[in-house]
Design a protein around this ligand. Sequence first.
Ligand code: HEC
Length: 211
Amino acid sequence: MKKTIFKWAMLSVPALVTAGCATYPDEATTRQIAEKMVITSFSTTPETAKRLAQDASQQICSKIGDAKLTEADAAEVIKLARASIKYPQSGKLVGDWKVGDKLAHDGAGDRIRDGELEKRKENGALCQNCHGLAPDEINVGNVGPSLTGYGAQRGNSEAIAKYTYEKIYNAWAYFPCSNMPRLGATGHLTQEQIAHVVAYLIDPQSPVNKK
Ligand code: HEC
C-alpha cells in the first residue's frame, strides 16, 4: 500500500513541474513585464521617457537573459548603424584637434537632473570617461581600450579618418551592441564635434600622439 502511494506521488511530480512551467509567460510577455518594471522604477518625466524608449537596434541588443546575439541580429545592427551615419556638409572628417582635446575631456552632457535635461552650451564628447587619451593622464576610464598613441600607430590616412569618424558616430557599425555609446546617431554630438575629436585622435600634433 505504502509503495503504491509513493509511486503515485512520484508520478505526479513531473506533472506538477510541467504545470508550474506552463504558467510562466512567453519571452515577449516577459520582455514587456521587464521593460514596464524598469520604466516604472524611474520617476518618469518626458525627458526620462524619451531615454527609456529603445530604438530598433537597442531592442535587438537587449536580449533576455543569456540569449546570444545571432549572426543575423549582428548583421541587422550593423546595417542599421551604417544607415544612421551622416557626414559633415563640408565633407571634412578631420577638424581642429585643440577643440577635439577639450571635447574629449569634457565628461558631461545630456544629463537629466530632477527630471529635466541639464542645460549646457554643448555636450562633452565623454571619451575620457572610458578611454585613456594623452600619455600620463591618470584621470581616465578603462571601460574601452586605451587610445593613447592612436594616430602614431595607425597614421592619419583618409581611411583611418573615415573609420574613426564612423566609429564615433555609431560604434555599432563596427562592433554591434558594444558598450560604446552611439554618440552621433543619438544626437549627443554634432558632425562637426565628431570631426574635431577625430583630429584629436589622429593629428600628429595632438598630445594623444606625443611620447
Ligand atoms: C561608455 C564608454 C565609452 C565612451 C564614453 C566612449 N567609448 Fe569608445 N569604446 C568603448 C568600448 C567599450 C570600446 C570597445 C568596443 C567597441 O569597439 O565598440 C570602444 C572602442 C572605441 C574605438 C575603437 C578602438 C579601436 O581599436 O579601433 C575608438 C576609436 C573609440 N572607442 C573612440 C572613442 C572616442 C573618440 C570617444 C569620445 C568621443 C569614445 N570612444 C567614447 C567605450 C566608450
